[in-house]
Design a protein. Sequence first.
Length: 318
Amino acid sequence: MMDNVFNEEHLGNIYKKTLKGKLDTTDFLNAYTQVDYLYRLKEYAINCFEWVNLPDTVDARFIENELFDKGRINFFKDKNLGYLCLPVNESGPINIYNEPTKKYIYASDGFRRTRNISNSVTIYNNFLKTPTFTTVNLYAIRLSEVQRTIDINMLAQKTPVTIICPENERLAFKNIYKQVSANKPVIWGTSELNLDNYKVLDTKAPYVVDKLTLYKHDLWNECMTFLGVNNANQDKKERLVESEVGANDEQIEQARFNMLDARKQACKKINDMFGLNIDVKFRNDDIQKAYELDKIYTLFPELVETNEIKDEVGDISE
C-alpha cells in the first residue's frame, strides 16, 4: 500500500533521497504519481464555483482552497482590515441546532481573532461540514495505483524475464539489462561472460493495459461525478440507453447541489448580517440555469404547466 503522500515537502524529501541513491526510483514514481493525480483533481474541485460581488479584501481562490482542505472558512469584518474570510476552529457552547457558537479565526502569519455566530458566518463545504479532500485523496490513491500497475505491465512486455546467475557475474547481467531498458539496438558483452551460468525465467506477464485503462477511466469519471463535473463516459457512450445517461446527469446535478446549497446558505446569512450582495454559482452555465429553473418552479409551481420560464432561458436539455 502506498503512503498517503500529498505534502510537497514530503515529496521533495523523497526526490532528494532518490537522487542520493537512498531510495529506489520506483518509490519516487509511486509518490509523485499520487501527488500528480491529487493536484489534478483538486484543480477541478476548487474551480467548480464562481463567487460574485465579493469584497476586494476577500479571495475567492482562498475560500475554495480552504473548503477543499478543511471543509469550512469564516467570513467576518475586521475593524482595521475590513471584510475577511479566513480559516476557523469552532467550539462550544452549541446552540439548539448543534452549531458551535464560538469561532476562533486564524491565519498563517499569526493573525488571530475571536468571533461568534452573531458577528460572523462560517461557510461550509457541504451540509456534513466535511472537506472535499477526504474523498478526492482516496481517488488519487486509487488512480495512481492503477497507473503504476499499467507502467509495470508495460515494462513487463518489454522485459518479461527473471535472470538467475552467479553472484560474481551479477553486475555484468545488470549492465546488460540496462542496455535493454535503454532500447539499445545492439547489446555488447565480453568473451569472459559465461552464458552457460545463467538461467532465464520467462514470467509471461499478460498484457492488461487496455483493461486497466478502462478501469482508470471509470475511476476518473466516478470522481468527476462526485465533484459534479460532466463526464460523458466516452468509453461506453454508444452502449448507454437514455435512462442511464439521465441517471448519471441527475447524480452530477445532485453532487453540485450538495456543495452549492451550503455555499448559497452562507451567502444569505452574510448578506443579511452585513448588508452585502454576495452570491455563488456554478461555472457551468447550463447547470446554473437548471438550478435557477428548479428554484423558480419550487416558488411558482403553476409555471411547470406553462413552461413560461423554460421558454425564456432555453431548453437546457438540448
